[in-house]
Design a binder for this molecule. Structure first.
Ligand code: PA5
Length: 454
């Protein structure tokens, strides 16, 4: 079976190869810290051997529950935010029909909620759920997050409008902590089917737990193949040598571009709209893992060729503080070809009969070269084919690289203390019990702000 590889040909004009090789000593040290689980935050390294640790009985249960949902539902609404939705959304979008949100005609559509607090979004969701058989998977590790809690209230209300309490109970599945949190309490009280998120796996590393596996299985995607891909990548990435470990090479390059090459922004780039949410998952993984202690790269993303007609200009000629990481899928999944016109009015008959992806490939080859010539170092993660197996490889590749990268930067890649700041302000402003002192402070602070509005 082939594997994901890293092409770094367009980096070596910006980082000397001998300097890259000097990184090996640091990488070997960090590798040992990861494998021995002795680094900061190592209580959350459970994802490291997760693909191998998952029990057959647990997988069978996930597949069984997913089958039931598929038989009984037109729609599955997945409620969760951050790490509790982005992994499933990324995999489902990457592997499903572009206009159906799952595999067409075989599975329920998978919609997402609890990832925002827009009244319009919830109105619209209610509209599309009308007269459809709906199941709900609510996911929250802490079990206390505002957005999914409100989303669950709303969905329960919708379900209760058309069915008895017992039927509502049968249509809700909770994925949460084994013992803590209000979601766990509610699930126990109501008798919901429940899946457990392991203690030692943080939200953004949890896609290969029931958090991602259940919705992905409901969408008709083979989770056994997904895990096999992750397992094979896990084995490959046990190698400390950066010349044999593409994830470590990727981490070493981004570290050098940031610290000695003065790059502030990494742009993840794809050539297929189905990978848009993969970039969103990646942004959370790197943004939340590394963005602390006043350091780290800003993880950004674009979708090509679409964004070549917007951000392409900036990337080619704007501030030179960026580098790009391309995702390129080698094998085409589609058969669409460029039709021939009787009269070549638009001048594109020279492409007639070509698969769209063959044209897309030339755009990729052209743009990596152009951006390199425009002084944007770039590398490519080469993906042999877009299927569940390689998606599993890709997920594990970026997770392992993120641990290496975070430790190289000397941050704790597994916590997210900064996420709490907005929450306590919001709770204070909403008048939540227990936030009275904070409310006083926030209100005084708000009053002191000199509003300048034109
Ligand atoms: O990666 C993380 O830990 C976060 O993004 C969480 O996943 C997110 O805040 C949601 O938290 P919870 O699953 O506890 O509702």
């Amino acid at each position: 079976m082939s594997k994901i590889q890293l092409d770094y040909s367009y980096v070596t004009d910006f980082i000397k190869e001998k300097d890259l090789h000097k990184m090996q000593t640091k990488v070997t040290e960090v590798h040992q810290v990861i494998e021995d689980r002795t680094g900061i935050g190592s209580d959350f390294l459970g994802w490291l051997d997760l693909p191998n640790r998952v029990k057959i009985a647990d997988l069978e249960r996930i597949n069984r529950v997913a089958d039931d949902v598929r038989k009984n539902s037109d729609v599955l609404v997945v409620i969760g935010i951050g790490g509790s939705y982005l992994g499933a959304k990324a995999v489902i979008d990457a592997l499903s029909h572009s206009f159906h949100n799952s595999l067409p005609n075989k599975t329920p559509q998978v919609f997402f909620a609890g990832q925002n607090m827009s009244a319009k979004y919830y109105d619209d969701l209610k509209d599309v759920l009308l007269n459809r058989k709906v199941s709900v998977n609510v996911i929250s590790k802490s079990g206390t997050t505002t957005e999914p809690a409100l989303g669950l209230r709303y969905l329960r209300d919708i379900l209760s409008g058309s069915m008895a309490k017992e039927q509502v109970r049968q249509r809700i599945i909770a994925t949460t902590d084994e013992s803590k949190g209000s979601l766990k309490k509610m699930a126990d009280k109501e008798g919901y089917e429940t899946f457990v998120i392991p203690d030692d796996v943080g939200g953004r590393y949890s896609v290969l737990t029931p958090v991602g596996l259940l919705p992905i299985a409901v969408a008709g995607i083979n989770i056994n193949e997904l895990l096999q891909g992750a397992r094979d990548m896990e084995k490959l990435l046990k190698e400390p040598d950066i010349m044999k470990n593409p994830a470590y090479m990727y981490a070493a390059i981004r570290f050098m571009l940031h610290t000695t090459g003065n790059k502030a922004i990494e742009i993840l780039t794809n050539f297929d709209p189905s990978l848009h949410y993969f970039s969103e998952w990646w942004k959370q993984l790197y943004g939340e893992s590394e963005g602390k202690d006043n350091k780290s790269l800003y993880p950004a993303s674009v979708d090509f060729s679409t964004d070549l007609h917007s951000m392409g200009q900036w990337i080619q000629q704007g501030t030179r503080n960026i580098f790009e990481t391309f995702l390129w899928v080698e094998k085409s999944r589609g058969g669409a070809q460029v039709p021939k016109l009787d009269e070549d009015t638009d001048g594109f008959n020279f492409l007639a009969g070509q698969n769209f992806d063959a044209v897309n490939r030339k755009a990729y080859e052209g743009v990596t070269l152009a951006h390199h010539d425009g002084k944007v170092p770039n590398m490519t993660v080469l993906i042999p084919e877009m299927n569940a197996y390689y998606m599993g490889q890709l997920i594990f590749f970026f997770e392992k690289a993120c641990a290496m990268s975070g430790y190289l930067l000397r941050v704790n890649p597994f916590d997210q203390p900064g996420v709490e700041a907005y929450k306590s302000n919001m709770f204070a402003l909403l008048g939540k019990a227990g936030f009275e002192a904070k409310a006083k402070e926030v209100n005084e602070h708000l009053k002191s702000v000199q509003r300048k509005i034109v």
